[in-house]
Write a protein that binds this ligand. Structure first.
Ligand SMILES: *[C@@H]1O[C@H](CO)[C@@H](O)[C@H](O)[C@H]1NC(C)=O
Length: 429
């Protein structure tokens, strides 16, 4: 999703009670506590949501400041989402089957479905300013969530976003930081140990490092290749790990971006990771609906393995269902079925596949329960060209986050939000 750039500022003086660990502490429309209990600091994840995360600057409050041209500036969501309504019954009313103009050779079910386990990407803005201190390890709770999603929901895929800066501890072009990588790797091992069929390593930098585009005036392709070569070396023996080159590139020269992607793919394969799937993201925040029209499909189609093949090179797409496709509103206005049917026709004609690695909506909103379920029906109906979907997001997100798919833990029992029960998991069974 389009997390927006933010700055932290000292509170002007608030008498509110302090927010508890991992609770919401800011964002447009937020009227609750803006300071955190001792040992936690309030950090903005985007314009709409700030969260108390472990840290020492406990008296700071956040002030969100738009610095990017996101199309959502007037659409603050002011109503906290009511979460954790037990959803013990499966959806039966929203399963309108999508139709496609060409008959797909589809099994009727995608192969992969799951949830984003966010946290290590916290602090990342759309200009690629991922602060090391902003990263939050979902930790044992994140691992517990994955175990739950596999065991109780039958899901099999998790995407583990992480900021580039975190992995190299702010040292552009440097080696993986031993401590930070070990933290990330513990989550990755948790994913593998959960029994998941796929664990997606996502570099959550919007094609950038601190405001400058990779290969287009910012970091060199070689510096980016260094990151991927090291990660591929670590994970080359486990083909369940999928390498997502980059989260949501935007405002890039797509020709030059495709060259950057090619360079990274070559680095990964040269490191010996020959069997791992690699996800190739296009421009416009990896928009599924703009993938063909903005030239991403044509440019990324030129990317190949060392032998010239495109085996296991999968297009990476995102799509939200709110009024401006930003993934910042609790209500949905489209089911995206037309967009996915169009993309399916293209993929089939060109013998390629795509993976929807971010989608979602308000977790209890009736419009989203309808639209997201219909969207996923469309992917199932075209499962010959769509590998699957990953909902946004659980992990370190509080259950009050507008798109929260974080299950509520009570004792040793996790309870899912209706969107996960009915659509994200419900459509996978
Ligand atoms: C994009 O990059 C290519 C290759 O450097 C260049 O030829 C082209 O003019 C650029 N396109 C734009 C719109 O700047």
């Amino acid at each position: 999703m389009k997390a927006t750039f933010f700055t932290l500022a000292a509170a002007a003086g608030s008498a509110c009670a302090q927010q508890s660990a991992y609770g919401q502490c800011g964002g447009q429309g937020w009227t609750g506590a803006t300071t955190c209990v001792s040992g936690y600091t309030c950090v903005a994840q985007n314009s709409y949501y700030s969260q108390c995360i472990p840290g020492t600057a406990s008296t700071k409050a956040t002030t969100t400041v738009k610095a990017t041209s996101t199309p959502v500036s007037t659409k603050a969501t002011t109503t906290p989402v009511t979460t954790s309504t037990p959803a013990s019954t499966k959806a039966t009313t929203v399963a309108t089957k999508a139709t496609s103009s060409t008959a797909p050779a589809s099994s009727g079910k995608v192969s992969y479905a799951g949830v984003n386990i966010a946290g290590f990407d916290f602090g990342c803005g759309t200009d690629g300013t991922c602060t090391v201190s902003g990263a939050v390890n979902p930790g044992s709770n994140g691992i517990g969530q994955m175990d739950h999603f596999v065991k109780d929901d039958g899901l099999n895929t998790f995407r583990l976003p992480v900021g580039w800066q975190y992995l190299v501890n702010g040292n552009l072009g440097g080696t993986l930081d031993a401590t930070n990588f070990a933290n990330y790797d513990s989550l990755m091992q948790g994913c593998l140990n959960s029994g998941a069929a796929a664990c997606i390593l996502d570099i959550h930098n919007y094609a950038r490092w601190n405001g400058a585009i990779i290969g287009q005036g910012g970091p060199t392709n070689a510096q980016f290749d260094s990151l991927w070569s090291q990660l591929a070396t670590k994970y080359k023996n486990n083909p369940k790990i999928i390498f997502e080159i980059m989260n949501e590139p935007h405002d890039v020269n797509i020709t030059e971006w495709a060259a950057t992607v090619q360079s990274a793919v070559t680095a990964i394969r040269n490191a010996g990771a020959t069997a791992n799937k690699i996800l190739l993201p296009g421009n416009d925040y990896a928009s599924a609906s703009q993938f063909i029209s903005d030239g991403s499909a044509a440019a990324l189609s030129t990317v190949t393995n060392l032998d010239g093949s495109t085996t296991n090179l999968i297009f990476d797409v995102h799509k939200y269902l709110d009024s401006d496709s930003s993934g910042t509103h609790a209500s949905c206005t489209t089911n995206n079925v037309a967009a996915f049917d169009t993309l399916a026709t293209y993929l089939r004609a060109n013998k390629r596949q795509a993976f929807l690695t971010e989608t979602g909506g308000g977790p209890t909103d009736s419009s989203c329960l309808t639209d997201v379920c219909q969207e996923l029906d469309a992917l199932n109906a075209n499962s010959d060209v769509f590998l699957g979907w990953v909902g946004w997001a659980a992990g370190a997100f509080d259950t009050s986050y507008v798109l929260s798919e974080t299950p509520t833990l009570s004792g040793s029992t996790y309870t899912d939000v209706p969107l996960v029960t009915q659509c994200i998991a419900g459509k996978f069974h």
